[in-house]
Design a protein around this ligand. Structure first.
Ligand SMILES: [Zn+2]
Ligand SMILES: [Zn+2]
Length: 148
């Protein structure tokens, strides 16, 4: 609870509306930085880190799944060609991972305490982009060979 006489630590003329969860300093509306649901001062908001977001994890998982299918398809192509499956799964997985990674990266960049999610979303993008490009080239090549 904030005493009604409490003033902002930065702006003594302004009434405090919240308390920094980390250092306990009083904050006015302008000074409150939200990290998730909690209020912090600017200095503390930069220090607290939220756990890795599920969305960033999902983007990485999708990209790895796509590469996994490509890997299995390449390794088993001699004995039993997965052919269609190898093209149908990684392409869309790469595309979805790419879109999710970009959206999550942009969200995390604007949020406080989301540095980890931002980094992981970037990793997902780096994994997913070449996967999608590779699959696009393969599909284009396949279409070219079929329609020739
Ligand atoms: Zn603080
Ligand atoms: Zn203030």
């Amino acid at each position: 609870m904030i005493p009604s006489a409490a003033r902002c630590g930065e702006h003594p003329e302004v009434a405090a509306v919240d308390v920094c969860k980390r250092c306990g300093r009083f904050l006015c509306g302008d000074c409150v930085e939200l990290v998730g649901e909690d209020a912090y001062c600017a200095a503390c908001a930069a220090k607290v880190a939220l756990p890795l977001s599920k969305v960033a994890r999902l983007a990485v998982a999708l990209a790895l799944f796509g590469w996994g299918v490509v890997g299995v398809a390449v390794l088993t192509s001699r004995e039993h060609p997965l052919g269609v499956l190898a093209v149908l799964l990684p392409g869309p997985a790469g595309l979805v991972a790419m879109v999710v990674a970009v959206l999550e990266w942009r969200r995390a960049r604007r949020a406080h305490g989301e540095q980890r999610s931002q980094r992981v979303a970037f990793v997902a993008l780096v994994l997913a982009a070449p996967l999608f490009l590779l699959m696009s080239v393969l599909v284009a090549y396949g279409v070219f060979m079929v329609t020739r």
